[in-house]
Design a protein around this ligand. Structure first.
Ligand code: UGA
Length: 452
């Protein structure tokens, strides 16, 4: 199929690359010229495992352009995958989505059928607004347009985006017209039927089953996206709340998570207690959902509480350290990990940023390491004094404590003894329960985990 994707961010680019690999004819539009230059040179502007290899394979087949009008007329299906940043009050700003819809409607040929798909995460009701925008443009142009609109929310996880795109759990489509549903079924046919040859670095998981394509109305599809993210966010906040109580009563939350997760109704995943969620999705989407609810006068107490518990995790860990060290003033603290989770250089809403700011406010000297996120963190923390260190072992030299914030695999492979031996006081606050208390203590650390 001939497809245009508007927006080459994390979702747009992943989708473009994957659809091109599946032999669709893809054009990708972005207004950011520096991004486009990189893409023209075949370089991925995002850090995502596997994306560069796949881009090497397909980038010559994708047409990258800043101009919607250049590629939309010929397209059969157009996807909007632009950002919906939070407004000051937490609501998602859909300005870019509406602008993209307008440009698409201005470029559509009369009498030709198009499917316009909203992939961006948008407040419930946006699909209807997009339809209105398109209709208004057609009225201004005095033409009879023929556009079917669908919502197709995205469930990709950073760090696992390609796995999620090739081997999704489900595909959700919200549309009022059979035309739109048929177009999306054709688009995703190779994935729904798993008829493609897997890329060499992304073999099909042995236990993978064909994914269902669920079709529903647009409002429900938009709600599914927010409800899914909010549910995962509150699953994590729940285990973090249990972790706090485990500390009070002397239980181990990792054991508790294992024990409850063995109940198939609960499941093992997303029960890792720690410093909670960051990133561009859960903080933004839970706030946006609350914004949607507030507009209707509806109160969402569980979602509110999930956010409160989440952000408290960041202060709790600093308070813990303060209790042990008596004061943080003049103390040297090493931060292991800046990215909001491993395998990404994304630091948006990362717990590391709040923790570092609090430590600095309390008068601590902060050193920080991350395998790839240092450039982004430098930018985000440029107003305060933080020393960024490339060699993780050097974090520990004469330090009073280390806080592990991101559970990078390479940290697990570290020689803990070597880290402990250079410290003034070998204290390890393990914010992700990456190490076992026993291995850390054997290496000479005073070990503090979360909920154990
Ligand atoms: C999340 C969802 O998982 C995706 O399905 C969704 O498409 C995406 O948001 C989005 O809306 O675009 P992502 O933000 O990339 O994906 O990251 P997750 O892997 O879900 O992790 C989010 C945060 O939760 C991370 O900070 C992670 O450290 C934390 N987390 C995760 C925990 O603290 N405990 C866990 O057990 C799992």
């Amino acid at each position: 199929m001939k497809i245009t994707i508007i927006g080459t961010g994390y979702v747009g680019l992943t989708t473009a690359v994957v659809l091109s690999y599946l032999n669709h004819d893809v054009a990708a539009v972005d207004k950011d010229s520096s991004k486009l230059n990189q893409l023209h040179d075949g370089k991925s502007p995002i850090h995502e495992p596997g994306i560069q290899t796949l881009l090497d394979e397909v980038h010559h087949t994708i047409r990258f352009t800043p101009n919607v009008a250049e590629v939309v007329p010929d397209a059969e299906l157009i996807m909007i995958a632009v950002g919906t940043p939070p407004k000051k009050n937490g609501e998602a700003d859909t300005r870019h989505v509406e602008q993209a819809a307008r440009e698409v409607a201005e470029a559509c040929m009369p009498n030709k059928h198009y499917t316009l798909v909203v992939k961006s995460t948008v407040p419930i009701g946006t699909n209807r607004r997009v339809a209105q925008v398109v209709e208004n443009v057609f009225t201004e142009r005095k033409i009879q347009g023929n556009v079917s609109i669908a919502s197709n929310p995205e469930f990709l996880q950073e760090g696992l985006a390609l796995q999620g795109a090739f081997y999704p759990d489900r595909i959700v489509v919200g549309a009022n017209s059979d035309d739109a549903i048929d177009a999306l079924r054709r688009l995703y046919k190779p994935i729904l039927e798993q008829t493609f040859a897997p890329p060499s670095a992304l073999p099909r998981p042995a236990t993978y089953h064909l994914p269902p394509m669920m079709t529903t109305d647009p409002n429900s599809a938009e709600m599914i996206k927010y409800a899914a993210n909010t549910f995962l966010a509150l699953k994590i906040s729940f285990i973090n709340e249990i972790a706090g109580l485990c500390e009070e009563v002397g239980a181990d939350v990792t054991e508790v998570a294992r024990g409850i997760g063995l109940d198939a109704r609960i499941g093992q995943r997303f029960l890792r207690a720690g410093l909670g969620w960051g990133g561009s999705c859960y903080p933004k989407d839970t706030a946006a959902l609350l914004g949607v609810a507030a507009k209707t006068g509806y109160e969402m107490q569980i979602t509110e509480a999930a956010r409160t518990v989440n952000f408290q995790q960041r202060t709790r860990i600093v308070n813990k350290l303060q209790t042990i060290l008596k004061t943080l003033k003049g103390k040297t603290i090493g931060i292991m990990g800046l990215a909001f989770k491993p395998n990404t250089d994304d630091i948006r809403e990362a717990p590391s940023l709040d923790i570092i700011r609090q430590l600095v406010t309390e008068g601590a000297n902060v050193r920080a390491h991350d395998p790839i996120a240092i450039p982004n963190a430098k930018q985000a923390l440029k107003d305060i004094s933080v020393t960024f260190i490339e060699d993780v072992y050097k974090l520990s030299y004469n330090a009073d404590a280390l806080i592990l914030v991101t559970e990078w695999k390479q940290y697990h492979r570290l020689e803990l003894r070597k880290l402990a031996k250079h410290m003034k006081t070998p204290i390890l606050v393990d914010g992700r329960n990456l190490f076992t208390p026993r291995e850390a203590r054997t290496a000479g650390f005073h070990y503090i985990g979360i909920g154990r």
